[in-house]
Ligand binder design. Structure first.
Ligand code: SF4
Ligand code: SF4
Length: 372
C-alpha cells in the first residue's frame, strides 16, 4: 500500500469517524504480515484518530497464515490493539504442507504451529484456527485435532478451532468445485469434528445464535480497502477490480452509486428461499455475495449460502444437551436426529426452497431488511 493510499485511508476514516462510534479493523491480504511495517504504522495512526474522537473505540483483528507471526510480531500487534488472529490450517501436517508450501517447496505447518503456541502463551491475543475442509483432506482433520491437543493447545484459554467448507465462490477458484463437499455431507462431518474438538478442549460446542449478525459487506460503513486504494464491500471480490464499489483517489473517497446500491438494497426478504426458511431470524441470509454476484459461484457448496447448521441442527442440539447433562447419551441415540429440509423450510408454495434457492437469486425486492 503506497504512502498516498495510506494517507487517503487515514483521512477518509478521520472524516467518517463520529464521536461515540467504534472503528473495527481487520488486517487481511494476501498476507498482511508481508507488510507488517504498514500494519504497525497504520495501526498507530488509526489509534491516534480514535483517541482524538470523543467516546470512540478501536478494535482490530488479523487474518494471517501465521508463518511470520513470531513472538516480536505478535507482541507488537497485541500492543496495537489486535485482539484476535485468524490462522488457517489446511488439515494434517502433510496435507497442509502440500497446499501451503514456500516457493522453494518447504512446508510451513511446524513453524506456524510453533508461532501459534508462542502467541497464545506470550500475549492475550485470541487465536482462532480455521480449518478448511473439502473432499481431499476431510479424512485428515481428526489427526490434526489430535496433534493440536498433543501440543498442549487444548489447555490454552485463548485459542479455539473452527471449521469451514472450501467453496468455489470466485471465478479464480472454480477449479476446486469438483473437490468441494455437498452441504449435507459437510454438515455431518462438521458436527462430529466439533464434538471431537470439544472433547479435546480445543473449542466449545457451538450453539445457533439468536441472530448470527450481518457481515461487514452489508453494514453501511463496512468497506474493504485494497492495497491500490480500490474500495469493495465484500472480501471475496477484492481481486476483481470490475466489482469495486469505489476508490480512494487524491485523498478522497469516491463511490459507484449503482454498485453500492446493489449491496445497500440487498435483503434476504427479497429471496423466496430465505422468506420460507425457519433459519432466517438467526441466519439473516448468510452471504449476500452469493446473491449479488451469483456468476462467481460454482458447485452446490458455493451456490447455496445456507450455513451448515441448517443441514444438521437436530444432531447438534442433541450433542449439546448431552454435554450439558440435560439428557443421557442413550436418550440422544434413541431420538430422531436427522434434520430433513421439511424441518427447516416452510413449504408455503408446494416447493422446497432448498432446490429453488439458486433460482431465487436476484429476485424482486419486496421488503426492506430492518436491522436493530
Ligand atoms: S458477503 Fe459473503 S463472502 Fe462477502 S464478506 Fe459477507 S459473508 Fe463474506
Ligand atoms: S435459505 Fe439459507 S441463506 Fe436463506 S435464511 Fe435460510 S439458511 Fe439462511
Amino acid at each position: 500500500m503506497t504512502p498516498q493510499v495510506q494517507d487517503a485511508l487515514v483521512s477518509f476514516i478521520g472524516d467518517s469517524l463520529a464521536p461515540g462510534r467504534r472503528l473495527g479493523v481487520s488486517w487481511y491480504g494476501g498476507e498482511p504480515l508481508m507488510a507488517k511495517e504498514v500494519v504497525f504504522r497504520l495501526s498507530d495512526r488509526l489509534a491516534e484518530l480514535v483517541r482524538e474522537t470523543e467516546g470512540a473505540a478501536y478494535e482490530a483483528m488479523i487474518v494471517t497464515n501465521g508463518y511470520l507471526l513470531d513472538e516480536a510480531t505478535a507482541s507488537s500487534l497485541w500492543q496495537r490493539g489486535v485482539k484476535t488472529a485468524q490462522i488457517t490450517i489446511d488439515g494434517r501436517a502433510d496435507f497442509h504442507d502440500n497446499r501451503r508450501a514456500l516457493l522453494k517447496g518447504t512446508g510451513t505447518y511446524d513453524r506456524i504451529l510453533r508461532n501459534i503456541q508462542t502467541t497464545v502463551t506470550t500475549t492475550g491475543m485470541h487465536v482462532a484456527i480455521r480449518v478448511n475442509i473439502d473432499d481431499r483432506n476431510r479424512d485428515s482433520i481428526e489427526d490434526l485435532l489430535w496433534d493440536l491437543a498433543d501440543r498442549g493447545l487444548g489447555k490454552a484459554g485463548n485459542l479455539s478451532v473452527y471449521f469451514a467448507p472450501v467453496e468455489a465462490i470466485t471465478e479464480g477458484c472454480h477449479s476446486v468445485s469438483d473437490a468441494t463437499m455437498t452441504k449435507r455431507d459437510y454438515a455431518a462431518l462438521e458436527t462430529s469434528l466439533q464434538r471431537l474438538a470439544f472433547e479435546l478442549g480445543l473449542a466449545g460446542l457451538p450453539y445457533p445464535r439468536r441472530f448470527i449478525g450481518i457481515c461487514g459487506a452489508l453494514r453501511p460503513n463496512g468497506l474493504v480497502v485494497a492495497a491500490n486504494g480500490d474500495l469493495h464491500k465484500c472480501w471475496d471480490t477484492i481481486s476483481m477490480p470490475h466489482l469495486k464499489v469505489g476508490s480512494l483517489l487524491d485523498g478522497r473517497a469516491s463511490f459507484h452509486t449503482d454498485r453500492m446500491g446493489e449491496w445497500s438494497g440487498w435483503s434476504p426478504f427479497d429471496q423466496a428461499a430465505c422468506r420460507n426458511c425457519r433459519m432466517l431470524p438467526s441466519c439473516g441470509g448468510a452471504c449476500a455475495h452469493k446473491f449479488v454476484n451469483p456468476e462467481q459461484t460454482s458447485g452446490e457448496a458455493a451456490a447455496l449460502p445456507c450455513p451448515s447448521w441448517k443441514y444438521d441442527i437436530k444432531r447438534r442440539l442433541l450433542t449439546r444437551a448431552v454435554a450439558a447433562g440435560l439428557i443421557s447419551g442413550s436418550d440422544a441415540a434413541a431420538a430422531d436426529h436427522e434434520t430433513r429440509l421439511t424441518d427447516v423450510v416452510v413449504d408455503r408454495n408446494g416447493t422446497l426452497a432448498h432446490e429453488g434457492l439458486k433460482a431465487s437469486v436476484g429476485g424482486r425486492k419486496l421488503l426492506p431488511l430492518v436491522v436493530i
